[in-house]
Design a protein. Structure first.
Length: 311
């Protein structure tokens, strides 16, 4: 199994006629993704990479049976694009657009949830279930080199770190069931914990690795789920950004959401909270493999506490 996507996923690309949409579509087709339709209003009847283009998502769904969407839509149109996909019955919606205004983001998230759709993003490079399917540009032109198939779930605030973590898992002799770049904007379609709950229910995922950063309450929600017993599979956490604690509060570093507003937003506080709640902490990428081994019962050596952090 995998979460969100698999071999049967049928993808519609909203904004397929733009440069990024065309490029990622070509790479996805080379990976074997079933891209069945594109949508650009006013350009219905055209083709991109032999994929038919429709004027509306509803028409694309009716004609092709698409059940997942990738959105390459400017920020001014992203709220309407998400809403259109959700109302057309799309189950998984990947929104690559970044820096979405708060009101538009909230409206889009509400529309997706109302329709029962799973919105990934904003500011995401994609989701991949190795060897099965991928949405977005995740993995670039050689996904197999970055994302080996296996039984470890990955959820990351950063698209680049999704790849780095998966490569660290590969170096440790393991592979990935699904890797999710959940999005770096302050408002995202789903929380980190919600993805972990999907992995918890997936019988082909043995453990999860998360990548967090300063700002937002994602890691605190994961910690609460661990304490409540809603997450029973091993969770390994790597949280970047301790350097940010030396700078004035209220300044973003990297992602717009990576901002320390109070002590709870800091990387150090999140690391301590996750450790105290039962997560294993990896302070560097090359510690991920050993951390997984400890939690999966292969290595009985104790893990490093937050006070032992080396980076």
């Amino acid at each position: 199994m995998s979460i969100l996507i698999d071999e049967s996923t049928r993808v519609v690309v909203q904004g397929i006629t733009g440069n990024q949409g065309r490029y990622d579509t070509r790479l996805a087709l080379e990976y074997g993704v079933k891209i069945v339709a594109g949508v650009t209003p006013g350009r219905g009847g055209e083709e991109v990479e032999d994929i038919p283009v429709f004027d509306t998502v509803a028409k694309a769904v009716t004609e092709t049976g698409a059940n997942a969407a990738v959105l390459y839509v400017p920020v001014t149109g992203i709220r309407d694009a998400v809403t259109e996909a959700a109302e057309a019955g799309i189950g998984v919606i990947l929104a690559t657009t970044e820096n979405v205004p708060k009101h538009d983001a909230i409206c889009a998230v509400a529309a997706a949830r109302k329709a029962g759709a799973w919105l990934v993003g904003f500011n995401t490079n994609g989701v991949i279930s190795p060897g099965k399917c991928k949405l977005g540009g995740i993995g670039g032109d050689n996904p197999d080199a970055l994302y080996p198939a296996g039984r470890i779930g990955v959820v990351s605030r950063s698209g680049g770190m999704s790849a780095e973590i998966s490569m660290a898992i590969k170096a440790a002799g393991r592979g990935v069931s699904t890797a999710v770049s959940m999005g770096g904007d302050r408002t995202t379609g789903r929380s980190m914990c919600e993805y972990l709950e999907l992995f918890e229910a997936d019988d082909q995922t043995d453990a999860m690795v998360i990548y967090g950063e300063p700002g937002t309450g994602n890691e605190a929600e994961v910690a609460a789920a661990l304490r409540a017993g809603r997450l029973r599979k091993p969770v390994v956490a790597i949280v970047a950004g301790r350097f940010q604690e030396n700078h004035p509060r209220g300044v973003s570093f990297g992602h717009v959401a990576a901002m320390i507003g109070d002590d709870a937003d800091s990387a150090s506080s999140k690391i301590r909270l996750l450790w105290d709640s039962g997560a294993e902490i990896a302070h560097r990428l090359d510690e991920i493999g050993a951390a997984l081994d400890r939690r999966l019962g292969i290595d009985e050596l104790p893990g490093q506490s937050p006070d032992q952090q080396t980076a």
